[in-house]
Design a binder for this molecule. Structure first.
Ligand SMILES: Cc1cc2nc3c(=O)[nH]c(=O)nc-3n(C[C@H](O)[C@H](O)[C@H](O)COP(=O)(O)O)c2cc1C
Length: 334
C-alpha cells in the first residue's frame, strides 16, 4: 500500500470529484511541489521517437486532466513522457451543470459529463506562449486536444475547430481532433464519413499551409461500430493524419451501479479499449501512431496495451486511483 492510497486518496475521496481535481491542479501549479513530491526519483526512461517527436518514455497524461494547460511542467516532473492538454474549444465555455463527475471506487471508475468546460483557445494560447518562452520542453511533447464549442452548430464545426487550430498551431507539438466525447450533443456524428472528410480536409489544408506541419491525430470513441473502423482508418490515411487516439470514455454500461449519464472511464473500460487497440493496429499499419488510452490502471494493463500494438499510452482515471507515482507504478518493469 502506498502513502497515497493510505492517506491522501481517502482525504481527496471525501471531496466531490471535481473539487478534488481542482485542488490537485492548484497544488500542481505550485512551483516545485511536483518536484518535491518525487524527489530522489528520476523519470522512467525509454526514449523513443514517433511522429518526428522525441519522447523520454511512452506514458502520457490523457486529455481532460489538464484542460486549460494549468500545469504542464508538473506532469513532466511526475515522470510522464508527454501530456495532451485540453479539450479546448474556440469559445470559452462553462460546461454542463454540476454535479458532473462521479466516482465509483469499487470499480476503479469515473463517470463524467463535463461538456468541455475550458478557458477557450485564445486564453490557452496566451498560457502556452508564456510557458514556451521559459521552457522549450524538448523531450516532453505537448499535444493539444481540440473540440467543438457548444454554441457552434454542427454544420459549422470545421470552422470552429479550425479557429482553435489557428490560434494554437505554433504552440503544440501535436494536435488531437476530438470527435468522440459523449457530452457535447451531436459531436460523435462528426465521425460520419462525409462530415469527417470535411473536418479533416479543413484542418489539414491549414496545417499544410503553415511553416511547420504538425502531426494531427483523431480521437475516437470506444462505442464506434467495429465494422466502421476500416473506413474510419482509411479516411485518416486519405488526409495524412499521423494516427489515432483510442479511446475516449464509453456510454456503454455493464452494471447497474454506474448509472449516471456521461462517459465511463477506468477499469470497466479496460477490455473494450484493449479490443479496439487490437483491431486498429493492423488497420493502421506501421506508419500511423496509435495512442492507447482507456482503463490503463497498472503495469500489466500498460504492457498488454503495448503488446497489442499501442505506440504510446495515456492515463486519466488510473492516476486518480494511483496518485503522484503513477508513472513509476505503470512503467515498472517486472
Ligand atoms: C473527468 C474526465 C474528463 C475528461 N475530459 C476529456 C476531454 O476534455 N477531452 C477528451 O478527449 N477526453 C477527455 N476525457 C477522456 C480521457 O482522456 C480518456 O480518453 C478516458 O478517460 C479513458 O481513459 P482512462 O480510463 O485512463 O480514464 C476525460 C475523462 C475524464 C474521466
Amino acid at each position: 500500500m502506498s502513502l497515497y492510497s493510505l492517506i491522501a486518496r481517502p482525504v481527496l475521496f471525501r471531496l466531490p470529484p471535481e473539487v478534488a481535481h481542482q485542488f490537485t491542479l492548484a497544488a500542481m501549479r505550485l512551483p516545485g511541489l511536483a518536484k518535491a513530491i518525487t524527489v530522489g526519483r528520476s523519470a522512467p526512461q525509454e526514449p523513443t521517437e514517433l511522429m518526428g517527436l522525441k519522447f523520454r518514455n511512452r506514458l502520457g497524461i490523457a486529455a481532460g486532466v489538464d484542460k486549460n494547460g494549468d500545469a504542464p511542467l508538473a506532469w513532466r516532473d511526475l515522470g510522464f513522457g508527454f501530456a495532451e492538454l485540453g479539450t479546448v474549444t474556440l469559445h470559452p465555455q462553462p460546461g454542463n451543470p454540476k454535479p458532473r463527475v462521479f466516482r465509483y471506487p469499487h470499480q476503479h471508475a469515473l463517470i463524467n459529463r463535463l461538456g468541455f468546460p475550458n478557458i477557450g483557445a485564445e486564453a490557452m494560447a496566451t498560457r502556452l506562449r508564456q510557458l514556451r518562452t521559459k521552457h522549450p520542453l524538448h523531450d516532453f511533447p505537448i499535444g493539444i486536444n481540440i473540440g467543438k464549442s457548444k454554441i457552434t452548430p454542427l454544420d459549422q464545426a470545421p470552422l470552429d475547430y479550425l479557429g482553435s487550430l489557428k490560434l494554437l498551431h505554433h504552440l503544440g507539438d501535436f494536435f488531437v481532433i476530438n470527435i468522440s466525447s459523449p457530452n457535447t450533443p451531436g459531436l460523435r456524428d462528426l465521425a460520419k464519413p462525409d462530415d469527417l472528410r470535411r473536418l479533416l480536409s479543413t484542418l489539414q489544408d491549414f496545417n499544410r499551409s503553415c511553416p511547420q506541419i504538425k502531426p494531427l491525430l483523431l480521437k475516437i470513441s470506444p462505442d464506434v461500430e467495429p465494422s466502421s473502423l476500416p473506413e474510419l482508418v482509411a479516411i485518416t490515411r486519405e488526409f495524412q493524419l499521423s494516427g489515432i487516439v483510442a479511446t475516449n470514455t464509453t456510454i456503454h454500461r455493464e452494471t447497474e451501479e454506474t448509472k449516471e449519464i456521461g462517459g465511463l472511464s477506468g477499469r470497466p473500460l479496460t477490455a473494450r479499449a484493449m479490443a479496439l487497440t487490437r483491431t486498429l493496429r493492423p488497420l493502421l499499419g506501421p506508419e500511423q501512431t496509435l495512442i492507447g488510452v482507456g482503463g490503463v490502471m497498472n503495469a500489466a494493463n500498460y504492457q498488454s496495451r503495448r503488446l497489442a500494438g499501442a505506440d504510446l499510452i495515456q492515463v486519466y482515471t488510473g492516476m486518480v486511483y494511483l496518485g503522484p507515482y503513477t508513472a513509476w507504478e505503470i512503467l515498472r518493469k517486472n
